[in-house]
Design a protein around this ligand. Structure first.
Ligand code: FES
Length: 497
């Protein structure tokens, strides 16, 4: 992965902000040598202490650096391999070559989620990731899910939701541009992926038809428009909106499938789960893609949780007991600021083990305090998790059953999005989020929607691939399916399945 830093930022911080979550056993204090990765480019010299730690791990200091001690002063290439660094990489391979003509072009890829927005700024000539920004979708003020936002739009029109999201994306773009000390006039292309409702709001289209039977969208996109029709300062840029599959299976999942397909050709069956607010999933089996969506709510994104937050630096992603004491791990080893979706799953598993939480979802000791971290969770928080995990588990089981695929037959179970980055398969299986039979096949793949959007940003061929996925994918409608309703109730308990 090619990244850009300045002012001697730590490589670990750059990696975390770009969605690559390296594991830092000592919390990034330069004490354990556990964050060794291959890195080259405009980076500071390794100190003798750093070299000694690397050598102590049986690795060559000429080849490796410690991400938490390596300072970056410009372009850097970091190679994250699980075997190298106990690191969890969210990279999907290489981005395609830029097929535009300008030699100084910048490009912006966005994953416009119902709860979270992620944006990346690229130098298009060489594929260097200049900056990553994440933010809460300000539309959450109008409702936490797409249906409540559509209801708001039905009552008062889509304008407020449209402006809110345009403003936020532009603010994020300005931050990224300023971080890279670049100029907005160099932006040549943008690509924004999102679910079908989010793309409607972005363009100011009325999403009413998505909210009522027979659930039809005004547009399924797959088109280029002038960027200045949305962002007035980008007078000469193109904005591409990738194809959605249906009213409830968006461009985010189409891009996600494209992002992971190349490396998995002929290696199915695999199941991709974007455990975001919309809970979209896709099964690739025998060369056929079958998709479904289930309203999971925003718990896995840390929203509507009393001390919840997006999965970024300072978010608790694991809670565990050691010598009778409850301890936590946070992203980037920073002081605990809140709990992300993965931390919520981990805390639920711990609360179940310590009998503070019953399988029924009743929290006997409310709130459940995570040791001395300053973070606690309420009974209502665990109820939100219970609803979200039940929706995802029932959605997955319905999709697999309808497609005639046993969980044990899956080659891979891939979790996308911020939630997936720190996924702990054992903890997820314990609370009943993933089937026990597929536990060893569960794996985090990071923000697949954002990576697919970046592919479409660089290459028209990638756009065609996404369009082909959207055209051939078959949707299974779960909301009206009695099997889903039955399984949803079955999965409400916090127990393994
Ligand atoms: S040395 Fe421990 S995390 Fe970097």
């Amino acid at each position: 992965m090619k990244l850009y830093g300045r002012n001697g930022e730590k490589l670990s911080d750059l990696l975390i902000s770009s969605g690559c979550n390296i594991i830092q056993p000592c919390g990034g204090r330069g004490a354990c040598g556990g964050c060794a990765i291959r890195a080259s480019g405009e980076i500071g010299e390794a100190s003798e202490a750093e070299k000694a730690l690397i050598a102590g791990k049986g690795k060559s200091p000429n080849e490796f650096r410690l991400a938490c001690m390596c300072k970056v002063y410009g372009q850097v290439e970091a190679i994250l391999l699980e075997s190298d660094a106990e690191a969890l990489s969210s990279s999907f391979g290489k981005l395609p070559e830029y097929d535009g003509s300008s030699s100084s072009a910048l490009g912006i890829a966005v994953d416009l989620g119902t709860t979270t927005i992620a944006l990346q700024l690229f130098d298009m000539r060489n594929g260097i990731l200049l900056s990553t920004q994440t933010s809460l979708n300000p539309q959450t003020a109008y409702g936490s899910d797409v249906l409540s936002r559509i209801a708001h739009s039905d009552e008062r029109g889509p304008e407020a939701l449209c402006l809110a999201v345009r403003d936020e994306i532009w603010k994020m773009a300005e931050k990224a541009i300023s971080f890279a000390k670049a100029d907005a006039s160099r932006i040549e292309r943008l690509c924004i992926a999102g679910n079908t409702t989010m793309l409607h709001f972005l363009l100011g289209l009325d999403p009413h038809g998505i909210g009522v039977a027979p659930f039809t969208a005004q547009s399924l996109f797959g088109e280029s428009i002038r960027a200045d029709s949305i962002f007035p300062k980008l007078s000469s840029a193109e904005l591409y909106l990738p194809n959605c599959i249906s009213a409830y299976i968006g461009a985010d999942i189409a891009c996600g499938i494209a992002a992971i397909s190349t490396e998995r050709a002929g290696k199915g069956p695999w199941l991709l789960i974007d455990a975001g607010t919309n809970g979209e999933m896709a099964l690739m089996m025998d060369g056929k893609i079958t998709c479904a969506a289930t309203a999971a709510g925003p718990a896995f994104e840390g929203a509507q949780i009393s001390m919840g937050m997006i999965a970024k630096k300072g978010a608790v992603y694991q809670a565990y007991e050691e010598n009778g004491e409850i301890l936590v791990k946070t992203i980037g080893g920073a002081q605990a600021l809140g709990v992300c979706g993965t931390g919520l799953v981990s805390a639920a598993k711990l609360a179940l083990e310590t009998h503070a939480l019953e399988d029924s979802g009743y929290l006997k000791e409310d709130p459940f305090v995570l040791g001395g971290s300053g973070i606690s969770l309420t009974g209502r928080d665990f109820r939100q998790l219970q609803l979200a995990k039940s929706a995802i588990a029932a959605g997955m089981e319905s999709l697999l059953r309808i497609s005639g695929c046993e969980p044990s037959e899956l080659n891979e179970m891939l979790f996308a999005g911020g939630f997936g980055n720190f996924l702990n398969p054992d903890e997820s299986a314990r609370i009943g989020l993933i089937p026990k039979a597929a536990r060893l096949k569960a794996k985090a793949v990071g923000n697949t929607s954002l990576f697919g959007a970046a592919m479409a940003l660089f290459s028209r061929k990638a756009r065609q691939d996404i369009a082909a996925i959207a055209k051939t994918a078959v949707e299974v409608k779960l909301s009206s399916n009695p099997l889903f309703t039955e399984l949803y109730m079955d999965h409400m308990m916090f127990e393994e399945f």
